[in-house]
Design a binder for this molecule. Structure first.
Ligand SMILES: Nc1ncnc2c1ncn2[C@@H]1O[C@H](COP(=O)(O)OP(=O)(O)OP(=O)(O)O)[C@@H](O)[C@H]1O
Ligand code: NI
Length: 313
């Protein structure tokens, strides 16, 4: 099936007073209808910046380049470039309609002083759906409809998370971007949320799941993109990545899982204001060589990828 979203060469720089933050660099990805793509990586690697760039939600000090082509439902033929179409198109056509966002910090996103029920009913109405569906959509998101009678500031972090999920589902967007949608949830609700995203895919939607929880990705993802220091370092079908990671960083992330070696990747990611010229992972990598002074390219961005024979047992 043709991709719904094709991102190529996405680069985001934040201008600070005396430095430039290289938050995302040369990022390529595609998401097809029915596909759940998980974007994983440590804190600060650029996952949320990727989501915000696609939705035109970056602050004024951001410079964005590249292309992000999204198939249109109606209107002029050909895809729309999310990075070039402008605020009016994003607000009218894209946000909530073509792309639903479950934000990473719903408690800060939900600043309005309206009860959940009114928020959800208004959102349903805005998408020409029956506002009477509020209870059903809340339940789908794992939220007790009784909690719709509360104001956002009366909600716990986990409840706000589920209300934000319900609001994102309300427009039935063909692409859902879920940025750490399981934050603040306990295990059964984590699984509920993941399974709900999976179901959306099985019904034909595309989902971009941003998470640092590898176990979550393993549970539901079709494909996984591993991000490190603003770049995708490995992008593979989930089954392959989890059985035989090729990038040493992917291997390190998998080793950190509780049911594997439970050993975190040693060291820290580099400063995004002072990235090395070559491989950004080299300083933490036990396979490093002189070749790593040159930026590696390809679907596995590594000069010394692991072979399947080196896969964890
Ligand atoms: N407005 C901004 N100005 C300068 N730097 C920024 C800005 N927004 C984000 N950054 C930087 O960009 C980098 C990527 O941030 P991002 O929020 O995408 O990380 P993340 O992968 O989502 O991490 P987390 O898992 O903690 O949510 C970080 O180093 C962050 O400090
Ligand atoms: Ni984030």
């Amino acid at each position: 099936m043709n991709p719904l979203l094709t991102v190529s060469g996405l680069t985001v720089r934040f201008q600070l007073r005396d430095a430039v933050v290289a938050a995302v660099t040369g990022l390529d990805l595609t998401v097809r209808p029915g596909e759940l793509l998980a974007v994983v990586g440590e804190s600060g690697c650029g996952k949320s910046v990727l989501a915000h760039a696609l939705l035109g939600l970056l602050p004024a000090n951001a410079a964005v380049s590249g292309k992000a082509l999204l198939t249109r439902a109606v209107g002029p033929p050909g895809p729309v470039d999310l990075l070039a179409c402008g605020e009016k198109t994003l607000a009218r056509e894209i946000r909530g309609r073509r792309i639903g966002l479950i934000p990473q910090s719903p408690a800060t996103a939900l600043t309005v002083v309206r009860r959940g029920r009114r928020l959800l009913a208004e959102t349903l109405r805005a998408h020409r759906r029956d506002p009477g569906l509020a209870d059903q959509v809340a339940r789908e998101a794992g939220l007790d409809p009784a909690d719709l009678e509360r104001y956002p500031f009366e909600l716990s972090g986990g409840m706000a998370q589920r209300l934000a999920t319900a609001l994102a589902l309300a427009g039935e967007p063909p692409l859902l971007i879920a940025d750490e949608p399981t934050g603040g949830l306990d295990r059964p609700l984590v699984d509920h949320t993941l399974d709900l995203l999976r179901r959306r895919c099985d019904d034909g939607a595309a989902v971009l799941l941003i998470t640092h929880d590898l176990a979550a990705a393993e549970r539901v993802a079709d494909t996984v993109a591993v991000m490190y220091a603003g770049r995708i370092v490995e992008h593979r079908p989930a089954r392959e990545l989890f059985s035989a990671p090729a990038h040493p960083y992917s291997r390190g992330l998998l080793d950190a899982l509780p049911d594997r070696e439970f050993r975190a990747v040693a060291g820290h990611p580099p400063m995004l204001t002072a990235l090395p010229r070559g491989c950004a992972f080299a300083a933490r990598c036990d396979r490093v060589s002189g070749a790593c002074a040159i930026q590696p390219a390809g679907p596995v961005a590594c000069h010394h990828p692991l072979t399947t024979a080196e896969a964890p047992a």
